[in-house]
Design a protein around this ligand. Structure first.
Ligand code: NAP
Length: 514
């Protein structure tokens, strides 16, 4: 059994006390044990601030980018091993590529961005110089400097590689040391990646630390120079946001939480048309990739009332062809959920939706999967009986292979229903009717972080509803946490302090050139 240690203050440390045992999602066999008890979180933060921060801040952006490039190279060299470990939490080969290769790709993207788009400097100028006086001898300009604390990155279980690297890359590039805390159920992959990075010696000491196991009293030691970047459920996000030390010290927090994302099928899209087929495939893919354990997965499928029967028939047929089981077995498309808690929670979620829905495809109680000990569930499609009066359908995120059909009458009703999610990460609109697309896009935009519009022309090249792009921001208002990540250079701002500098224009120019 692998013992997942924490990397704290320059040493690998095993937690004391009763460890939590992690199981292989496919077989149910124990694979690793983990505990963070006894780890001195205060000392870890001090080590990051005193060792990692100064080492990073003395480098320019391109020099930090060179570190990211080396990190991506080292991880790539271990790609096969890392994808194999991803299999232990139920990833199919495609899921593993999404997490492992997607994460390394994000690291490489930030390496390239730092080398090509950022200046040979340690601070970033933001915007133009503003003239503040008559003669022009007193001006103002915004600049951004790295915060001098630690970027605490708390991640969700569904992307142990990508989730870590999409936060780590911009933080290091901005000049902030990071303390990574993966979700426990899939922590083995993150542990191994950090082990590889530390052993390679490419990351300056103190710039990368790891907590394997629970957070303990970590948050109590945070100061105004630290940052928390959190991805996970809305309920944990709320606990973090209201933590006394975070409130008292106004610690900067970015929350990426769960989301009742929707896809909207336009009334113009006829069954059998290319756009209809793309829509159908997208729903099935979002329900089954990573067994639906994706923050961006489609949870609500908004369809014109008159198309309901056609959509049900098409989706039932496609879902029936999805083989669930051991990801290594021939023909298997969808693996298990991460652990028993996730399986129980997905089944309970369907029960919560039951008063407002009926099952149109799949059986949440099915148990005859192979291997016997795995945490499997087949895709389940529900239909909402009375969408406008329903509450749970718009509020309960079932984090698994589950989606609900919600019928609407007209663009205004589609917008109203989409907004009932209370703020989501992403919505997609499948239609070739420009007027419908314009109305729904503008109606849904204030409630979403990302909108994907797909018509017959763009469909073949579309990246899809659920794929987060590094160049574009990821996050959403309200229920989705109100946070923002990625988006190219934008993500660096989260780890830097913007200062309005005022003074002599020549002095300002000389300062920025230093
Ligand atoms: P979770 O239970 O909220 O846990 C997320 C992280 O928070 C884990 O690392 C967890 O550690 C840690 N944590 C738990 N209690 C904490 C506390 N009191 N203070 C600080 N940290 C704490 O979420 P999950 O089950 O891992 O992930 C699934 C959820 O994440 C879904 O709801 C999904 O929608 C959401 N998600 C959102 C995004 C996004 O980008 N918006 C992306 C992926 C997933 P332990 O595991 O050790 O308890």
């Amino acid at each position: 059994m692998v013992v997942l240690e924490s990397y704290a203050c320059g040493e690998w440390k095993k937690g004391i006390g009763n460890p939590r045992v992690l199981r292989n999602a496919v077989t149910g066999e124990p694979i690793a044990e983990v505990s963070s008890e006894g780890i001195d979180f205060g000392a870890m933060l001090r080590h990051g601030r005193e060792r990692g921060g100064p080492s990073l801040r003395k480098l320019t952006f391109p020099e930090r980018a060179a570190i990211l490039k080396k990190m991506a190279g080292v991880l790539n060299d271990h790609g096969d091993e890392l994808r194999r470990i991803a299999g232990s939490y139920g990833a199919t080969a495609k899921d593993a590529r999404l997490d492992v290769d997607g994460g390394i790709g994000t690291l490489a993207f930030y390496a390239s961005l730092g080398a090509k788009q950022l200046p040979e400097a340690r601070v970033l100028a933001d915007g133009d110089v503003s003239r503040l006086s008559k003669e022009g001898n007193f001006v103002g300009r915004h600049v951004e400097v790295p915060l001098e604390g630690v970027a605490v990155q708390i991640n969700a279980y569904n992307f142990p590689s990508w989730g870590m690297l999409e936060k780590l890359a911009p933080a290091l590039l901005a000049g902030m040391p990071s303390l990574v805390k993966p979700a426990t159920p899939s922590a083995w992959l993150t542990f191994r990646m950090v082990q590889i990075l530390i052993a390679s010696g490419v990351v300056p000491e103190g710039a990368l630390q790891l907590v394997s196991g629970s957070v303990g009293d970590l948050l109590s030691h945070l100061t105004c120079q630290d940052v928390v970047s959190f991805t996970g459920s809305a309920s944990t996000g709320e606990k973090i946001r209201t933590h006394p030390a975070i409130v008292k010290n106004a610690v900067r927090v970015n929350i990426e939480a769960d989301s009742l994302n929707c896809i909207v099928l336009g009334p113009d899209v006829a069954p059998g048309s290319p756009t209809f087929e793309y829509f159908k495939n997208e729903v099935v893919s979002e329900m089954t990739v990573k067994a639906g354990q994706k923050c961006t997965a489609i949870r609500r499928v908004l369809i014109p009332e008159e198309r309901a029967e056609d959509v049900i028939r098409a989706l039932r047929e496609s879902l029936a062809s999805i083989r669930v089981g051991d990801p290594d077995a021939e023909g298997v498309v969808m693996g298990p959920l991460v652990d028993e808690d996730a399986l129980v929670s997905a089944r309970q979620g369907i029960e919560k939706l039951a008063p407002e829905t009926e099952i149109v495809a799949g059986d949440p109680g099915r148990k005859d999967f192979e291997p016997k000990g795995g945490f499997f569930m087949e895709p389940v499609l529900l239909r909402c009986r009375d969408p406008k009066r329903a509450a749970a359908v718009h509020e309960v995120e079932v984090f698994g292979p589950v989606a609900t059909l919600v019928s609407y009458r007209g663009a205004e009703e589609a917008i109203e229903l989409g907004r009932k999610g209370g703020g989501s990460l992403v919505a997609s609109i499948y239609s070739d009717d420009e007027d419908f697309v314009a109305r729904t896009t503008l109606g849904l935009a204030p409630y979403h972080g990302r909108l994907v519009v797909v018509d017959a022309r763009s469909a073949p090249e579309s990246n899809g509803h659920g794929v987060v792009m590094r160049h574009l921001v990821h996050g959403g208002p309200g229920r989705a946490g109100g946070g923002e990540e990625l988006g190219g250079v934008r993500s660096l701002h989260h780890y830097m302090q913007r200062v309005a500098l005022q003074g002599d224009p020549d002095w300002l120019e000389r300062l920025l050139a230093r």
